[in-house]
Design a binder for this molecule. Structure first.
Ligand SMILES: [Zn+2]
Length: 198
């Protein structure tokens, strides 16, 4: 990958001038395609004639991506204390410290797993109706990005569960997979995910 420096010259097709123009790399604020936000301090190639952003080099993309994937949603439910304990205990199994932060990754992993695996979503539905799923009272707040939130909503539609029922079932599925009947493959996958987010 070529790394560009501020002030470097190049050429590109300007959409405003509608022709090939000389460009200069400048640090600028970049509007996101949603139009609702922008990212500051991004190195971009600007048209020397009209200052329009002609291109964004590859080196700038991780920072733009980070802003795009910022955790924007929080899923809030009230659960019985034993379900919160199960979630922390399961996160603690991976012995990477900070189980309270890891629990968010664990839930996110199961959201995406259940969204792609019918067997998992079926057992979540079954667990959500079990005795251990009864009760409420303690707040659980999960921070998720747009993608995970969309999957969560999709999963609610698919299972016809509300968000509390869905999270209860999900936590009880985690209980089975991690604490009760751990399966080598699932645990290995989880270890990778947890390690990446620890
Ligand atoms: Zn231009």
């Amino acid at each position: 990958m070529k790394i560009y420096t501020e002030g470097e010259k190049s050429k590109g097709l300007c959409q405003v001038c509608e022709k090939l123009v000389p460009t200069t790399f400048k640090v600028s604020s970049v509007p996101l395609s949603s139009g609702k936000a922008h990212v500051d301090n991004i190195l971009v190639a600007k048209c020397d004639h009209c200052d329009h952003i002609v291109s964004i080099p590859q080196q700038s993309s991780p920072r733009i991506k980070e802003v795009l994937s910022t955790k924007k949603h929080s899923i809030e439910v009230r659960l019985p204390i034993h379900l919160l304990d199960i979630l922390i205990l399961a996160s603690d199994q991976f012995e990477m410290g900070s189980p309270d932060q890891l629990k968010d990754s664990l839930v996110r992993y199961y959201i995406s797993l259940a969204d792609t695996d019918k067997n998992v979503s079926r057992s979540i539905k079954k667990f959500s109706e079990s005795d251990l799923a009864k009760g409420s009272g303690y707040r659980l707040s999960l921070k998720v990005n747009d993608a995970a939130y969309d999957r969560f909503v999709h999963l609610m539609e698919q299972t016809k569960l509300n968000k509390t029922q869905l999270l209860k079932g999900l936590i009880l599925k985690i209980y089975e997979d991690v604490l009760q009947k751990p399966q080598k493959k699932r645990i290995t996958d989880l270890e990778k995910v947890m390690f990446a987010s620890a």
